[in-house]
Design a protein around this ligand. Sequence first.
Ligand code: ALG
Ligand code: ZN
Ligand code: ZN
Length: 324
Amino acid sequence: MPEHTDDGPIGPVDASLVPRYGGESTFARLPRLDQVSHADVALLGVPFDSGVSYRPGARFGPGHIRQSSRLLRPFDPALRAEPFAEQQVVDAGDVVCNPFDIKAAIEAIDLAASDLLGRGTKVVALGGDHTIALAMLRALARRHGPVAVLHFDAHLDTWETYFGEPYTHGTPFRRAAEEGLLDERRCAHVGIRGPLYSSLDLQQDEQLGFQVFTADDVEGRGAADVARGVRARLGDGPVYVSIDIDVLDPAHAPGTGTPEVGGLSSRELLVILRGLAGMEIVGADVVEVSPSYDHAEITGIAAANVAYTLLSLLALNSRPDSGG
Ligand SMILES: N=C(N)NCCCC(=O)O
Ligand SMILES: [Zn+2]
Ligand SMILES: [Zn+2]
């Protein structure tokens, strides 16, 4: 087990000494929050899926992503980063979310994230359905003011209500805009595709401040160029990165609740994420992993590597010369 040390960050359990398929299932076999004196970044499990409109099961996402993260290694060659050595990363366990009271669950998530932020710890939330992004944005906007949102998803998630209900996984970014949590000059969706309810969906989405990079844009322009477009849209200042795993094609992420054909490959998503190097990421989530629809951990492994790439980006920002 990792122990407190003054010699720098406590990393994952060494897979060359302890088999990686055994032992406690923290993210990447990292220490728990209670095993360190200070954490720079925490993975926060959010087992909540009472906001879904179709297939359930994302409440089991955090455990599945942790299990699927056992093969991650300490050095990220694509970003030339050591995400677990350059900063103290921990697993902060799971938020206790009331499955029968969505508002109360959002408040509990906000509180847990705010508590970590107050201790100087950045939060990468592992969902859970996309409702949880609203809670994260409330916590972040309280500290930073309105933030840019970079949203990877097949879906806009700026719809008005479902069954008259305002807090669902299809509505978090409309609620966030209404609450003044977003810097509406600096928001974007990436990976949008699939049937909508009406052409008004896109018009209203634009009015809320989002620029759309579709899945077809990724195919046509290429992932690296879409990353350049995103950087141009978001500019400087705090960014929240929200990653619905259904941005990936169902072939790359079958284990999700509202799958849409024609999505990104996991490689394309990773290329776009790496293209964000140097942007001021203040928080992030990886959501909508629903393990009972997964096969061979395809979706879980994708989500684990996406989270790992976010940690690498945060490691780059933590370097003394990064200005971040
Ligand atoms: N956030 C996700 N994954 N999906 C939203 C889809 C909402 C709908 O059923 O129209
Ligand atoms: Zn989605
Ligand atoms: Zn979504």
